[in-house]
Design a protein around this ligand. Sequence first.
Ligand SMILES: [Fe+2]
Ligand SMILES: [Fe+2]
Length: 307
Amino acid sequence: MSAPATTRSARPGEGDGNATAARLLRSAAKKSYDPDVDIDWDAPLVEGAIWVPEHRVSLYGTELWERLTPEQRIELGKHEACSVASVGLWFETLLMQRLLKDFYADDPTSDRAQWALTEVADECRHSQMFARLVHRAGVEPYGPIPFVHQLGKLFSVVNWGPAAYASILVAEEVLDRLQREQANDDRIQPLMRQVNRIHIMEEARHVAFARDEVTRGLAGLSRAELAYQRFMCAFTSFFVVRSLINPKVYAAVGIDPAEGRRAALANPHHREMIRFGGEKILAFLDEAGMIAGPGQALWKKSFLLEK
Ligand SMILES: [Fe+2]
Ligand SMILES: [Fe+2]
C-alpha cells in the first residue's frame, strides 16, 4: 500500500475544519522556522540589556520594586521572562498531547489531521527553542508550581473540543500579545527578540486553527455540555495565567517568594498586564459564547476579565 504523495484537499461537505486546515498547511509549507538555524545561539548576550519592558515586570511600581537596584530589576525581568518561556513550553506540551489525540481519532489523510501533526511539529521546535533560551540565560526552568504541573497531566483528559482550543487560545494569545510588544523594542536582549519574532510568525497559524475549532465546536452543544465546556475553559485559563510567573523568581533578587507573589497579585500594573494580554482573545471568546456561567468568577480572579 502506498501513501499519497501529497495531502488531499478537503472533500465537499467536510466542513470548514478541513478548509481552514488546508489553507494553513499551504502557509506552513511556504514559511516555517528552524530555531537551530535561524537563531545564533552562540552570539554573546548584550551586557545590561533588559529581557522584558520594565512596566511588564510583575513587581513594577510596588514598594518591593523601589527597593531593587537597576541591576536587580534587570535580573528579575530576566527570571520572569524565563518563567514565562518555561510555562509556555509546559503548556505547548499539553497542547501537543491534545493535538495527537485529535490526530489519533481522525482520518490521517484529512487536511485537519495533517494540520494537527504540522502544529505538533511547530510546537516541538518552539518548546526546544524556549528551553534553549532559558538555558542560555542561565536561569532555572521554573515551569508552573508542582501542584499545577501535576494538574496538567489531566489537561487532555478533561479538555476536548472548544474548551481545549479556547484555553489554548488564551495561553497563545496572552503570550503573543506580550511578545509582539517586545519584538521591535531595541532595548530588549536580541536573543529574546529573535525568539519572540519566530514564535509570533508561527503562532498566527495556530491561532487561526484554534479559533475555527472553538467556533465550530460550540455550535449545537447541549446546555449541559456547553456549561461543562465553559467551566473547563475558565478553569484551565485561570491556572495558565496564574502560572506565568513562578514565585521562585523573586528569590533571585533576595525577595521572599510568598511576599513577592502577594505583592504581584495586588499590583495594578501586573493585573493590567494580564488584562492587556487577554484583551483580544477574551473579546473573541465572549462573542463566541464561551464567557458565561459558573466560570465567570474564575475569569475575574485571573484578571483576564475586569471586575
Ligand atoms: Fe508555540
Ligand atoms: Fe502554538
